[in-house]
Design a protein. Structure first.
Length: 137
């Protein structure tokens, strides 16, 4: 279901050059996506393509799918830790109403000053994380 809305990793949208200029990210190293949430926000995402492929092999989760947890109106985000001076966050939410995932991420700023969510890791939620999600914030 959710896969039908996503492009294959090598398939760039026609407006890719515009998005690449807008985000200031190198298209050979990173992958950008925008999700319009139910709260009217437009979130810009980025991730390392090689890391995304590794996560697919190890956890069975594509970053292209993981970004959809931020569209879940019930998602829960909390600070995880600080690594290398960078705040790391974890978000638990439903991706397309199909799978409950935990997504590790951080906020980054492009050279042009635009903020985006940098996806670091994504996997299916554990039993404990599922209970946290079910209890709510």
């Amino acid at each position: 279901m959710i896969e039908s809305h996503l492009r294959e990793s090598g398939d760039r949208p026609r407006s890719w050059e515009y998005h690449q200029r807008l985000s200031g990210l190198n298209q050979d190293e990173k992958n950008d996506n925008v999700v319009a949430t139910d709260k009217g926000l437009r979130l810009l995402f980025s991730w390392d393509s090689a890391k995304s492929a590794t996560h697919l092999r190890e956890h069975g989760v594509r970053f292209e799918v993981a970004k959809w947890v931020f569209d879940d109106p019930l998602h829960i985000t909390r600070q995880d830790r600080i690594e290398g001076g960078e705040l790391r966050w974890q978000t638990i939410g439903m991706a397309g109403g199909v799978a409950l995932l935990l997504v590790a991420h951080t906020w980054r700023e492009t050279a042009s000053g635009q903020e985006h969510l940098r996806l670091i890791s994504a996997r299916r939620a554990t039993r404990l994380e599922r209970k946290i999600y079910e209890r709510g914030p």
